[in-house]
Structures are given as C-alpha cells and as structure tokens.
Design a protein around this ligand. Structure first.
Ligand code: NAP
Length: 362
C-alpha cells in the first residue's frame, strides 16, 4: 500500500474511532478526582483541538474546570469544544471557549489570552507537531526548518510568556479588580505545563527539524523553572512541568505517517500497514493525557509517564533538571544508560543510517 493510501485508511479508521469515543469514561479513571476538585479553576489549552490537547481538555472539564482551547482551524476547534462541553461535570457552572489563533503570533496570543473572561490557573501548551516537516536535513527546505521551530518552540514560548505577563501583572493588583469572573480566593497555584516530546532526548534521523525545536522547549522549561521562583509569594505559587511523551495515536501522528522517511519508521517501529497495528503498538492520546495530568497533580517537573524508554533516556540527559523522587534511581540509571544502553543504541542507529545510505545509492 502506498503511503497516501495507508494514511487515508488511518484517517478513516481514526475518524470512526473518534465518533464512537465515550469521553465520559475519562471521568471514571484514576486521574479524575471524585470531588470535582477543579470547580472554579480555569485551564487554557493550546492545541486543544488536537489529540493530546483535546484529551487533556476533556479530563479537566470532567473535573469541573472552565476550559479555553486555542488552535488555528475553526472547524476542529468547534468539534473539540462540543466534545468538551459534553464532558463537563456541571455545564451550567462551567464555561468552555474555543479561540482560533495562530500561537506563533506573539501579539495575537497575548490578545487572545487577555480577551478571556477569566485568568487561567493552568496553561497546558500542547500546540505543535511536525507532519509537514519530516525528512532528512538534505531534503528539507529552509522554510520547513522555520515552520517547525515556529509551530513547536515559538507557539509554546509565546503562550508561556503571555500567561506569565498576565499573572505577574495580576499579582500586583488587589484580588478581583481586573477579572471579576475569577472566583478563586486565597493562595493561588499557577501552573505551566509543556507537552513536549521524547524527541528532545534523541537526534532521531528524519526528524531533524523537530528535535531542535523540542530541545528548545526543554531548555525553556528548565530555565523558566528557576525564573518563576522569583515571582513566588505568600499568595501565589508558580510551578512548571514538562512532559516528554513518546509516540501516541493522534490526528497529527496519523498525518505524519505520510511524510516520515522509511528509515525513521524502521527506527520508531511505525513501519506497519494499518491503523489497527499502530494502535496495538502505541498508546492513545487519552492514556497519555491521563498520565500527564496525574503527574502534574502530584507536582512533578519531569513527566515521562507513558514511556519507559523516555523515562530511561531522561536519566542520561538530566542536566540541571531536578531528578525524580529522591534522585537515587535516576542517579543509578544514568550510569547504566551512559555506560551500556546509549552506546549500543548509538551504534545501532549509525549502522542503520549507513545501510540506508548505501541502499539509496544502489
Ligand atoms: N502524537 C505523537 O506521537 C507525539 C509524541 C510526542 C510529542 N507530541 C507532541 O504533543 C503535542 C500534541 O500532539 P498531537 O499528536 O496531539 O498533535 P495533533 O493531533 O496534530 O494536534 C496538534 C494541535 O496543535 C494545534 N496547532 C499546531 N500548530 C499550531 C499553531 N501554530 N497555532 C495554534 N495551534 C496549533 C493544532 O490545531 P491547528 O492545526 O488547527 O492549529 C492541533 O490542535 C505536540 O506538541 C506534539 O509535537 C506528539
């Protein structure tokens, strides 16, 4: 089957799956707190019409939050909004909004955030993807390097900057003056969650535009984690979280199957014929979303909940990020990964690249 036909079959099946999806079941999962603890809280979710952003939006709405989603295309935004409304625990007490905006336009993002009826308590940055920018460096156009950085790094950085500007300004004002719809009183916890990618841990051949953009997001999160400490006070606590999901099923992931080089697919294990086979190998957006939200609730900075591989790879790239738990497991694993696993992985990928090159030149 050619790539396009395969992707078409993926799309048809995925659409069917989406239509029959029972999002309310999210409410029965462990990440759903029984006391609807997010009543009165507001979540902004960029990329809220996509796989992961939509799933996170549904989880938060099922816990009582007001939710605003942001993306560019009005059609998917409207569909996603309707689904989130259906998942609200008490639709009369919750407000769900959808805003069409290019997150890579800094002033439009700031305006979109400021025009909302409430200040967000949580910002989930999920906008991104690379289905239009897969390929080897030699085959990519400069414009693709640009758009991949724009849609992944700048779309995230501008969102974080816009919300932090609003929060810090708001901290200087008496409660309720500027945003009368915000009903939360008492100390506030404000969270920025970066839905990044395990690609930030790996230079995956054929994903050469995406990895630098996701590495930049990680650098932003690491740095911002320090800087927000400057803004903490007795009334406001700022926290930063970053998730590194590995591959999962989503509309963007389905589209990507059209554009990935075969070598990338062989390395990733996405060289399969049908959506059903992909679904067997990779988790759903909903499962990944549940893991991320649960870890954000626990206060984790580094989140590799869905993938053991990502979790292990992090230990080889800790840098100034805080180690997880007491740090003992991460410290021990970093030695094992650095001495044994990573050298084997690196040599395997080098061999695969050489073989791919000689096959192409035949
Ligand atoms: N799926 C995976 O295997 C995987 C693995 C690791 C990490 N990730 C990352 O996880 C995040 C979500 O992935 P996904 O697979 O759920 O993606 P998806 O299904 O393709 O959804 C992406 C969302 O981002 C929005 N978006 C993209 N660029 C935007 C921009 N410039 N301005 C505003 N909205 C924008 C899209 O809407 P519009 O196109 O309408 O704007 C859509 O709502 C992405 O950052 C992705 O890189 C995905």
């Amino acid at each position: 089957m050619c790539n396009c036909a395969l992707a078409e079959s993926y799309r048809t099946c995925l659409h069917r799956t989406c239509l029959h999806r029972t999002w309310k079941t999210l409410a029965c999962n462990e990440s759903m707190k029984p006391d609807y603890d997010l009543f009165g809280k507001t979540a902004f979710i960029t990329g809220g019409s996509g796989g992961l952003g939509n799933a996170i939006s549904n989880i938060l709405a099922a816990r009582g939050a007001h939710v605003t989603i942001f993306a560019r295309r009005p059609g998917p935004l409207e569909d996603a909004k309707n689904e989130i409304v259906r998942n609200c625990v008490d639709v009369d007490r919750q407000e769900i909004n959808a805003v069409a905006v290019n997150m890579a336009d800094a002033s439009a993002v700031s305006e979109a955030f400021r025009s909302q009826p409430r200040i967000a308590d949580f910002l989930y940055c999920c906008a991104g993807g690379n289905h239009a920018e897969n390929g080897f460096f030699i085959d990519l156009k400069a414009a693709q390097l640009d758009s991949c950085m724009t849609n992944n790094y700048y779309s995230t950085a501008y969102a974080a900057k816009a919300i932090l500007d609003i929060w810090v300004e708001n901290d200087k004002k008496p409660t309720g003056i500027d945003m009368p719809n915000n009903t939360t009183t008492g100390p506030k916890t404000r969270k920025i969650v970066f839905a990044n990618s395990a690609a930030a841990f790996l230079g995956l051949p054929g994903s050469v535009a995406y990895t630098p953009a996701k590495s930049a997001v990680r650098a932003l999160a690491d740095t911002l984690r320090f800087e927000v400490l400057r803004h903490n006070s007795s009334s406001t606590t700022y926290t930063i979280h970053i998730a590194f999901p590995a591959d999962f099923i989503s509309p963007g992931f389905v589209l990507e199957q059209d554009t990935k080089p075969d070598l990338t697919k062989r390395i990733q294990g996405t060289d399969v014929a049908t959506l059903a086979e992909l679904e067997k190998k990779f988790p759903s957006s909903e499962n990944v979303a549940r893991g991320i939200v649960a870890r954000v609730d626990k206060g984790d900075f580094i989140i590799c909940e869905d993938s053991l591989a990502a979790s292990l790879l992090f230990t080889n790239m800790i840098g100034l990020s805080p180690k997880r738990g007491l740090g003992i497991v991460d410290s021990l694993l970093s030695v094992v990964m650095g001495c044994f696993v990573v050298p084997v992985l690196r040599r395997r990928w080098e061999r695969m690249c050489r073989e791919d090159g000689s096959n192409q030149s035949r």
